[in-house]
Design a protein around this ligand. Structure first.
Ligand SMILES: Nc1nc2c(ncn2[C@@H]2O[C@H](COP(=O)(O)OP(=O)(O)OP(=O)(O)O)[C@@H](O)[C@H]2O)c(=O)[nH]1
Ligand SMILES: [Mg+2]
Length: 326
């Protein structure tokens, strides 16, 4: 026990010192939902909140990883340390995705200033989102100045780690019309920056126009004063493989950070995100507890049987369970 405690405090210290092996070990602990992982996060949490966390989301294959690779290069040239978390919820394809990310980010693998980690749902009880957020905190505690988080998704299927970013970048490519529909329908929240990658495609400008019109619709219900104070979502064109447009993207990302800092929005955003996070963890734990309690419960089995036989509807069954006080 004592030996274990000593090891753990050494691990926390090594992590705070920025040791990459400690960081890798720590992320594995949270990914595997091990109690030591949670303890570690608890210990280093007061040291977090310094990193600039940028989330990249968008449909599969639009070039998110390539873009992050190019940004990583730019940030390293500016002398900043970088952490990259690539979250892949589609476990059957995980190996492929891991390999893909490795190849795209391979030029950074030997750089001590870059830490890259892919995370997939290994069936950890806490869920991937929770583990990913803990991992982001660990990168922050380890002194990574920029943390880039990549998730695949359009709309509701998105994993909520993206909500914990200070800046959210939606990456699209010409032809990914579904995403414009999602924006239009309000399924997807308006991001802070929109990037149209693979901009060598002839349909790029059409897409820019379409997005502009969706964004102006989203602004219609605001007063002119409100609209003036508001961050204007830039739509950028990039060719990540060539590095084209990356400089401008870096500038816009910096501007966004300055904007939210000046407007006091960073704190507000983080407060809201942390509120959601505490609720999410509490909800996940209550669900787990409920599932455990019900797994061998005779009354539950009986009620379920009634529902299956169509003698009782699902909502009434749930009400009866809760009223019984599980
Ligand atoms: N022509 C062109 N190809 C690109 C560009 N950016 C990325 N690609 C290519 O598009 C493919 C997908 O790129 P990724 O960076 O893996 O895309 P991703 O969005 O991370 O993909 P997932 O993580 O699988 O969702 C790769 O073959 C890239 O080389 C670009 O600007 N132009
Ligand atoms: Mg990727």
């Amino acid at each position: 026990m004592i030996a274990l405690a000593m090891t753990d405090s050494t691990l926390a210290q090594r992590l705070l010192d920025g040791d990459r092996r400690a960081l890798a070990r720590a992320i594995s602990l949270v990914e595997d939902d091990r109690p030591e992982g949670w303890e570690l996060v608890k210990e280093v949490y007061p040291h977090t909140g310094k990193a600039a966390v940028i989330g990249f989301t968008g449909p599969p294959g639009v070039g998110k990883s390539t873009l992050i690779g190019a940004l990583t290069k730019a940030r390293r040239e500016a002398g900043r340390t970088v952490g990259v978390l690539s979250i892949d919820p589609s476990s059957p394809f995980t190996q492929g995705a891991l390999l893909g990310d490795r190849i795209r980010l391979s030029e950074h693998f030997l750089d001590q200033g870059v830490f890259i980690r892919s995370m997939a749902n290994r069936g950890a009880l806490g869920g991937l989102s929770e583990a990913a957020l803990q991992a982001a905190l660990l990168l922050d505690a380890a002194g990574r100045e920029d943390v880039f988080v990549e998730t695949v998704g359009v709309g509701q299927a998105e994993i909520d780690i993206i909500d914990h970013a200070d800046t959210i970048v939606l990456v699209l490519m010409p032809g990914s019309g579904d995403s414009i529909q999602a924006l239009k329908a309000g399924v997807m929240e308006i991001p802070d920056v929109i990037v149209i990658n693979k901009a060598d495609h002839p349909l790029t400008d059409t897409m820019v126009r379409e997005i502009r019109s969706v964004l102006s619709l989203a602004n219609l219900d605001r007063s002119p004063e409100e609209a003036a104070k508001r961050w204007r979502v830039p739509i950028l064109k990039t060719e990540a493989t060539q590095g084209t447009g990356i400089e401008e993207l870096v500038e816009r990302l910096d501007e966004h950070r300055e904007h939210i800092l000046a407007a006091g929005q960073l704190e507000e955003r983080r407060r809201r995100n942390l509120h959601n996070e505490v609720l999410a963890i509490a909800t996940a734990r209550m669900r787990r507890r409920l599932e455990e309690e019900l797994s061998e419960d005779a009354e539950f089995k009986r009620l379920l049987e009634e529902v299956v036989k169509r003698r009782l509807d699902p909502a009434s069954a749930a009400t009866m369970l809760l009223e019984r006080g599980v």
